[in-house]
Design a binder for this molecule. Structure first.
Ligand SMILES: Cc1cc2nc3c(=O)[nH]c(=O)nc-3n(C[C@H](O)[C@H](O)[C@H](O)COP(=O)(O)OP(=O)(O)OC[C@H]3O[C@@H](n4cnc5c(N)ncnc54)[C@H](O)[C@@H]3O)c2cc1C
Length: 451
């Protein structure tokens, strides 16, 4: 085998004069046209972020013989949906992690750096390491930013007992620890007032904690409270009704329109503002906790939200809700949690967006108007106990878009297995390799082709 990567095209041409086969020279040329980037820091497609959306789309475009660079600072890729089960002590954290080098496509260049500035007017991005990288087409897939420090007392409170959060690799282990140490008392679960990813996850951990403490005999000595900034248990009525009923039956206390603004670890107290209070500043309520699962306020990452050319008034990447194309810059597309797509921010939404973005970007590359339309499909497998799951699937209009030919609002063991064992495999083996664009095809088959 020749070490192709160390050869220049000129060297290959010299080989030609030495009677080396033209196929070999062609291979060298091809190899170097896909990696011309190594010298020029200029690529056909630059993908910013190597998470669910970024890694999958870089696989898609690397297969299409484009020169692709993925800019991603992390050495590891995380499958975050498993963190609910990690926090609950059911799945080992290592199952949610893969080395980044193993999930990014071999034919793409991994720039292990962080984007600090987008310069959409001259088609470049600037990295923390001081590189300027040029692109013809840009895919922004930087996910969402956890702003724990916007709650007074955080992140220091994580250093005290009884406090955890499934939303961060740093603190998910603290949820497990706190769950195991809890000996009864007040257990508090929060949901903040900003948009967040996976709106179901803040309540999933409450159901799993309820099941765990029932098994360990602690439940009878405890009160569980869900403090949510929302006014219903879920955005889609069909599932909200079922979840409300579950909370009533299991004696789970729900407090609507409450947003945590401060925690006092010394006295183990949490302070909530009452969102529908008419007063300014808003009236607050303080409550004691022995266990606290916190979900932080979230925003688009700083590199996006501080770029006025790229974002909407709320600071999210401003893309067309049908085509995922940026509203101002035709050669920029966005996917996933960092965008202002008006649907629930989930990995399953990302899967569906991959197919739409791929087709539309290919059309733009061919000089044609993008025509594929995203219907807002998203899903949320709400784990309602050990071996129980309500599998919510819906669209922009908050109408159920269920895949299976049975009522998914019913708690089912099969759907629990789907969430715990099947979907992670789809993520790692199919989606990240560019072979999964959501379950629409199965929905069609199960419904015999009917809508
Ligand atoms: C506890 C929890 C439970 C969840 N449960 C579910 C579930 O059951 N079902 C479901 O479908 N979804 C679930 N989700 C949501 C799902 O994980 C996300 O919606 C999905 O990962 C979003 O994909 P993304 O590509 O937009 O972002 P991510 O997968 O977060 O990837 C973003 C990437 O961008 C990188 N990045 C960030 N900033 C920069 C920068 N400046 N420069 C370069 N790279 C950068 C990051 O390092 C990261 O690798 C859950 C999430 C959590 C936290």
């Amino acid at each position: 085998m020749f070490p192709l990567a160390n050869f220049s095209i000129e060297a290959a041409a010299n080989f030609r004069s030495l009677n080396v086969s033209s196929r070999f020279v062609r291979e060298c040329r091809q190899r170097f046209s896909t990696s011309r980037s190594l010298n020029a820091d200029s690529y056909d497609v630059v993908v910013v972020g190597g998470g669910a959306g970024g890694a999958s789309l870089s696989s898609v475009f690397a297969k299409k013989s484009k020169s692709v660079a993925v800019i991603e600072p992390n050495a590891e890729h995380y499958y975050q949906p498993l963190w609910t089960l990690v926090g609950a002590g059911i799945v080992n954290y290592n199952k949610s992690v893969r080395p980044m080098a193993a999930v990014l496509p071999k034919r793409a260049t991994w720039v292990k750096d962080k984007v600090v500035e987008f310069n959409p007017k001259n088609n470049t991005v600037t990295t923390e390491g001081g590189k300027q990288i040029k692109y013809e087409y840009l895919i922004v897939a930087v996910g969402i930013q956890m702003n724990y420090n916007q709650i007074k007392g955080f992140p220091e409170a994580f250093e005290t007992p009884g406090v955890g959060s499934n939303y961060s690799k740093l603190y998910v282990g603290k949820t497990t620890e706190a769950l195991r140490r809890f000996k009864g008392g007040n257990a508090i679960f929060t949901l903040p007032s900003t948009p967040i990813n996976c709106r179901g996850a803040p309540q999933k951990i409450m159901y799993l904690a309820d099941a765990y403490w029932t098994n360990t005999g602690v439940r009878s000595k405890s009160q569980l409270h869900f403090y949510t900034s929302q006014e219903t248990m879920f955005d889609v009525k069909k599932y909200a009704d079922v979840l409300t009923e579950i909370c009533t039956q299991r004696n789970l206390n729900v407090h609507f329109k409450r947003n945590m603004i401060e925690v006092k670890p010394d006295t183990q107290e949490a302070v909530f503002e009452i969102l529908d209070s008419p007063e300014t500043p808003k009236e607050t309520v303080t409550t004691h906790y022995d266990f606290l699962h916190v979900v932080p306020p979230m925003s688009a990452p700083d590199c996006v939200r501080h770029n006025k050319d790229l974002v909407d008034a709320a600071g999210w990447l401003d893309v067309d809700k049908d085509t995922l194309q940026h509203k101002k810059f035709a050669n920029i597309f966005g996917i996933g949690d960092c965008t202002n797509l008006p649907t629930s921010k989930t990995g399953s939404a990302v899967a569906c967006q991959i197919g739409i973005l791929q087709k539309n970007l290919m059309q733009v590359m061919a000089g044609v108007k993008p025509t594929s339309v995203y219907n807002g499909y998203t899903s949320c497998p709400i784990l309602t106990g050990h071996n129980k799951c309500v599998f919510a699937e819906f669209d922009y209009d908050k109408q159920p878009a269920e895949t299976f030919p049975f009522n998914q609002a019913k708690e089912r063991r099969t759907m629990y297995i789907m969430k715990k064992n099947v979907i992670p495999k789809i993520h790692f083996h199919l989606m990240l390799n560019g072979y999964w664009q959501g379950p629409a095809i199965f929905r069609k088959i199960f419904r015999l082709g009917m809508a």
